[in-house]
Design a protein around this ligand. Structure first.
Ligand SMILES: [Fe+2]
Ligand SMILES: [Fe+2]
Length: 333
């Protein structure tokens, strides 16, 4: 899935950087040179990226839960196979992203611990429930659609391992978006009851999808520095507008109505104008009070505990293998 620009202050002391090194770093970034793990980088750059990439990884992993909920109830073998593949892709995205975050010096164990103890955030969208099969369509269409808007510019982000992970992830996201839209299209061409299900899913997922782009630019704590360091290429509001402009005609093609009486096309700007987002709801969900926050974290903790024997077995196997290789080398000498 995706990254969210959260309004969260950096923790840890502010480090005074050597001005010459900082200037060299900034000149490199301005020249579109990629920053690699062993290069010198300002502490704030390392911290911002560690936070952003790990939040992104957590979002992929937690994002498997709402859709995983429907794998056993998919309406046909074809739908089940596509959904299973999509959910597996999200797990893979989480893994590449944890690996990219680890190159900045924080271990995966530590990053996972921050998710499980509630210190790290993940995208607010995954704290909403999937009530009907149409929600699987709406998630692919809207949530993966919003993820693509956010992630395409990240393919050019200044940190090399993140940018490279995003290229593969974006290819998979576009399949996710299309499978979701196709579910919506099938429902909208089906019975009146199926179309009503699709409408209800749009009604529930539309506003939370707009919140995925994070707080308005005026309130976003990280935008300026992240833009200067080319971690971000577009602001939250610019990406949100792009998403609305791309998605509204798709919804109209489905014959659906957006749950926003203020939505209208502005001829002067050639953009779709939309109503006020309920930022209080966003804050509540981020603070842990969304409809499914508790359930999501419990599911992750349970999976982590139940996977303990797998991690222990993998470590024991690696240790045995190392010992066997060492013994073979000794015997050969
Ligand atoms: Fe996805
Ligand atoms: Fe993903």
């Amino acid at each position: 899935m995706y990254t969210q620009a959260l309004n969260q202050k950096d923790s840890g002391p502010q480090v005074a950087e050597d001005p010459e090194r900082l200037a060299r770093f900034e000149a490199r970034v301005a020249a579109e040179d990629k920053v690699e793990p062993n290069d010198w980088m300002p502490e704030a750059y390392r911290r911002t990226l560690t936070r952003q990439i790990s939040q992104h990884a957590h979002s992929e992993i937690v994002g498997m839960l709402p859709e995983g909920n429907w794998i056993t109830r998919a309406p046909s073998l074809r739908r089940k196979a596509a959904l299973l593949a999509k959910v597996q892709d999200e797990g893979g995205h989480g893994l590449y992203l944890y690996a990219a975050a680890e190159t900045l010096g924080t271990s995966r164990e530590e990053l996972v611990e921050q998710l499980l103890n509630g210190k790290a955030k993940y995208s607010s969208i995954f704290n909403y429930p999937t009530l009907t099969w149409a929600d699987i369509g709406a998630i692919g269409w809207l949530v993966d659609g919003a993820a693509i808007m956010n992630q395409i510019p990240l393919c050019r982000t200044s940190f090399g391992p993140y940018a490279r992970a995003m290229i593969r992830i974006c290819k998979e996201e576009s399949f996710h978006q299309r499978q979701g839209y196709e579910i919506m299209l099938t429902l909208c061409r089906g019975t009146a009851e199926q179309k009503a299900m699709a409408q209800d899913a749009l009604n529930r997922w539309w506003w939370p999808s707009l919140m995925m782009f994070g707080p308005p630019d005026a309130q976003s704590a990280h935008t300026d520095q992240s833009m200067r360091w080319k971690i971000k290429r577009f602001t939250n509001d610019a990406l949100r507008q792009q998403f609305v402009d791309a998605t509204v005609p798709q919804g109209h093609y489905l014959g659906l109505t957006f749950p926003d009486p203020k939505l209208r096309f502005d001829e002067a700007t050639q953009h779709w104008q939309f109503g006020e987002i309920d930022w209080e709801e966003f804050r509540q969900v981020l603070a842990g009070n969304g409809p499914c926050n508790r359930e999501r974290l419990e599911a992750r903790r349970k999976a982590h505990d139940e996977g303990a024997w797998v991690r222990a077995a993998a470590l024991a196997h690696a240790a045995k293998r190392k010992a066997r290789l060492a013994a073979q080398r000794m015997a050969a000498e």
